[in-house]
Design a protein around this ligand. Sequence first.
Ligand code: AHM
Ligand code: MG
Length: 325
Amino acid sequence: MADAGDSLKTLAEVVAETAPAELVADGFLTVVSAIADGAKHVSGLTRRAGLAGMLGDTGEVNVQGEIVQVLDAAGTDAFVTSLRDCGVVAALACEELEDAVFVSDAADHPYIVLFDPVDGSNNIDVAVTIGSIFAVYRRSDDSAVTETSLLRPGREQCAAVYFVYGSSTVMVVATEGRVDGFTLEPTSGEFLHSHDQIQIPSQCAAYSVNEGNQSKWFPGMQAAVADLRAEYGLRYVGSLVADFHRDLLKGGIFLYPGDVKSPGGKLRLGYEANPLCFVAEQAGGAGTTGTERILDVQPKLLHQRTPLIVGNADVVERVVAKLAE
Ligand code: AHM
Ligand code: MG
């Protein structure tokens, strides 16, 4: 029986045809392929986690103060290796590593990548959807790359990529004005073009927040979520990338606010908020801290955290207005 996948374009074909010409000329396909290769490896480990020794933790604590899961460490190794060795990445930074990795200052290494290798680590051991998230920048000039070169506002991203390792493995690639989805065909190992030019649906279908934190929220956020609760259903996976992916395809809003315990929020600006807000904006959505567009925040620290509200633009606006009351 013919499979629908037989007629679908590959990731390489779509990127070559649709990515901005100046990116393609500068090796963009090489970066995207390096990211995809790492993700295929992580997807394979995820699918047989309990058989491949990928459950449990390493006993170590990372720079975020979080216990490192075995898959976090394996994912970090896979993506650091594929990006460092791909030949066009100047520097990279990862949620799991305290320091950035500097690869080359040569002009033919024009890309900088910030990433979360395994998002939703708490869900690994219970076989719930997890993912990986990437922010891609072009160097602003040919001068030596330092940690300051990595502290870029999200609006300067040239692309953002994420993966969900869920009921299928899906890759989403966003460049200026365009978002496409690709599904991993397990037999050939190819990502095939399954979601053409994604736009967030105009109707918000659900809100997504850890309601267990309600007592710690500031009064404005309590009022804003009460407003959402009165109108929408609740969906919360507890893996940001999975919650975001559902919102992108079905309409929705995701919130992880600051609270009295962590006023600066939990999620990371560079590895999580910036890339997902870039995707959201290219798909017609919006992302904010509550007072500022996420993509305009000037990072001061590599591992900076941020409050995050992202999804349907009109509903994000409604939350911002409630917070300002
Ligand atoms: P991480 O697994 O990369 O450390 O990400 C943090 C995760 C997000 O995926 C998710 O949205 C959030 O933390 C869930 O937090 P909580 O368990 O506090 O609701
Ligand atoms: Mg994460």
